[in-house]
Design a protein around this ligand. Structure first.
Ligand code: NAP
Length: 287
């Protein structure tokens, strides 16, 4: 349902584009085969969905060519929510349904293709969340559901009450927890393809001066030369090689970076290539 590379729009408010520029970027993503767009109600302090919806209103027919993902469950301290004293999580049915209705208005669409609970909430009542998901599905407002940043146990709990299609988590060579903590094993077992956020570590993969990052940069450059692609393509290819078949959410506003991400779908790293990056990241050979 989602494209292998997804466009993440978390940072869109900072790009300070006109609606026409935003539409042009969306259309260029579609031309590249990036048909899925990752939102959250809170992005840009509750503004990004509206910015995207404004652009979409200039070419509403584009909606049919894309999948819209959004998230809810975090409450920010913001003038838009005067009753919020402290940033907190809210996974009540009332909040989930209201948040989706607001996302639909802002995005100027009648449905979300996928809704995720943004963060695990210690006060989450799985039966209540499942009830909200059922209502949203029955009303045709959301086509599929998932979670984000859930541990395997948290995912298991909610999945037992309502079928989830994905867990969206952070992963890149400098943050490998989901590879070893059971998250991707669970995804593979359930055939629920994960979504990976910050595949370039938010840029840190290239800008960090830490020893681990420096070694990874060197290893990526060697592989880039071997495969005749860029280091960015290698970073995406490293994640695409995972057997849980993740969707990767690229966060760059630059089309050149998005092209390099898509180029990763056309190469395949072998086990030795893959291990070279792993070993660069950990600093030790596998046992
Ligand atoms: N579920 C969650 O909790 C969660 C959390 C965070 C993010 N997300 C989602 O994941 C998406 C992607 O996250 P992300 O933006 O952190 O992804 P990312 O693709 O890892 O990082 C994108 C950032 O890296 C910069 N960058 C790219 N190539 C670079 C290079 N060679 N050197 C220096 N900087 C470089 C980009 O700047 P330019 O734009 O200038 O290229 C941009 O600021 C978000 O938009 C959001 O949809 C989800």
């Amino acid at each position: 349902m989602l494209s292998p590379i997804v466009a993440g729009v978390w940072r869109m408010a900072a790009w300070q584009w006109t609606p026409a520029e935003r539409l042009r970027w969306i259309e260029q993503c579609l031309e590249l085969g990036i048909t899925s767009f990752d939102h959250a109600d809170i992005y840009g302090n509750y503004t990004v969905e509206t910015l995207f919806g404004e652009a979409l209103a200039l070419a509403p027919e584009r909606r049919q060519q894309m999948q819209l993902v959004s998230k809810c469950g975090i409450q920010l301290v913001s003038p838009q929510h005067p009753g919020t004293r402290i940033k907190h999580y809210d996974s009540s049915a009332r909040h989930i349904v209201r948040s989706v209705e607001q996302s639909l208005r802002a995005l100027r669409t009648d449905r979300l293709d996928l809704l995720l609970l943004h963060r695990p909430d210690p006060l989450m009542d799985a039966d209540e969340v499942a009830g909200a998901f059922e209502k949203l599905a029955d009303d045709g407002k959301v086509l599929a559901f998932g979670a984000s940043n859930f541990t395997p146990a948290q995912f298991e709990l909610l999945h037992a009450r309502y079928p989830l299609v994905t867990n969206q988590v952070e992963c890149h060579p400098l943050h490998r927890a989901p590879i070893t903590d059971g998250t991707f094993d669970q995804a593979q077992r359930l055939r629920a393809r994960p979504m990976i956020w910050s595949p370039l570590g938010g840029g840190a993969l290239f800008t960090s001066e830490g020893h681990d990052a420096q070694r990874v940069q060197q290893a990526m450059a060697i592989l880039a030369a071997r495969h005749e692609v860029t280091s960015t393509t290698i970073a995406f290819a490293w994640l695409l090689r995972l057997p849980s078949h993740p969707h990767l959410i690229a966060g760059s506003r630059r089309l050149s970076v998005l092209e390099e991400a898509v180029a990763a779908t056309r190469i395949r790293l072998d086990a030795q290539d893959w291990t070279e990056i792993l070993v660069a990241a950990t600093g030790v050979n596998v046992l």
